[in-house]
Design a protein around this ligand. Structure first.
Ligand code: FES
Length: 130
């Protein structure tokens, strides 16, 4: 019984971990604008952002010069969300692969992942979704 209960506990912990992957920031946009506190980048230069009212996750990379690159994780072939796999992004629908910087490494996609404009002011990164 204890083994079953502890197995269930472990399973539940694992499942709840699956619901909220580590390092994912959850937020929502306001008038197609997303803001992320810069404190989120104190422990790492890369963050995934899940925007509740937007169809795709965002991948934000802080660059050495203090600016940020934001990729929309939408496959440019047919709009499937792409998944981070190691240091690349993979589309499960037809197999396109994109580099960490969003460049096409393998088709059928022909265009790089879309980058969004962002600005830094005070303690906040502001990203325009459109
Ligand atoms: S939608 Fe991604 S490869 Fe086709």
């Amino acid at each position: 019984m204890c083994i079953a209960l502890s197995s269930g506990f472990v399973l539940n912990s694992l499942l709840s971990g699956c619901k909220t992957p580590l390092g994912v920031i959850k937020t929502k946009s306001d008038n197609d604008v997303v803001t992320v506190p810069l404190t989120e980048f104190e422990k790492g230069d890369y963050k995934l952002v899940r925007v509740s009212n937007y169809d795709y996750d965002l991948a934000i990379q802080k660059k050495p010069d203090g600016t940020f690159d934001t990729l929309v994780l939408e496959c440019t072939h047919a709009g499937q969300p792409v998944t981070k796999t190691g240091n690349t992004y993979y589309c499960t629908l037809h197999g396109s692969v994109f580099s960490h910087e969003g460049k096409v490494m393998k088709g059928p996609a022909e265009r790089d992942l879309r980058k969004l404009a962002s600005t830094v002011s005070k303690d906040v990164l502001t990203i325009k979704l459109r």
